[in-house]
Design a protein around this ligand. Structure first.
Ligand code: AMP
Length: 187
């Protein structure tokens, strides 16, 4: 199984990853987590990415792509069940780069899950979360960047027939069941 979780920050993708991993045995690649680890470790890459993260902007393409290439290489060797991507791709250039990478290894995506949550609910959730980059100014910018750069991927994947919309409101359990409905038939 090779899937992408798509949705605004705060749409609940991260909350569902454990359940998806437990049920399908996939490994997860979350670029936000990888970037935060680089920042925490004080690496050169982390130092480069931090100002973008603090501002709610996308980190540079080369940094993120390098992390994904490394992550996929490791995953291909360690997890035969496949992978789930959270927070990547985040714009058209990243989506095309991912397609190219996966085509090269003959392992295209099977599904893209779009977590559909309306705007007011997203803002409410993000303000309640309290992460370092969750202050109001950054949140507003992250949502703007999402609308402008990431939201076009909904259409991009829909055209490829890969998109499945998951209603992202309700209990964690209800959302998990909706996810199972669209993933249980993927090999
Ligand atoms: P996230 O945990 O996915 O909300 O990501 C936190 C921050 O990391 C984002 O606001 C971006 O600054 C950066 N980031 C995460 N994933 C990507 C990506 N695929 N491309 C560029 N920047 C990213």
């Amino acid at each position: 199984m090779r899937i992408v979780l798509l949705g605004a920050p705060g749409s609940g993708k991260g909350t569902q990853t454990d359940a998806i991993i437990a049920r399908y045995g996939v490994a997860t690649v979350a670029t936000g987590d990888l970037l935060r680890a680089e920042v925490a470790a004080g690496t050169e890459l982390g130092r480069r990415a931090k100002p973008y993260m603090d501002a709610g902007e996308l980190a540079p393409f080369d940094i993120v792509l390098g992390m994904i290439e490394n992550g996929l290489k490791t995953l291909a060797q360690t997890n035969p069940k496949g992978f789930m991507m959270d927070g990547f791709p985040r714009d058209l250039a990243q989506a095309e780069a991912l397609d190219t990478l996966l085509a090269r290894i003959g392992q295209p995506l099977n599904r893209v899950l779009f977590f559909d949550v309306d705007y007011e609910e997203i803002v409410k959730r993000l303000l309640g979360r309290g992460r370092a980059d969750d202050n109001e100014e950054t949140i507003r910018n992250r949502l703007r960047v999402y609308e402008e750069k990431t939201a076009p991927l909904i259409d991009y994947y829909d055209r490829k027939g890969l998109l499945r919309k998951i209603k992202g409101t309700g209990t964690i359990d209800e959302i998990r069941q909706r996810i199972e409905t669209v993933l249980d038939d993927v090999g």
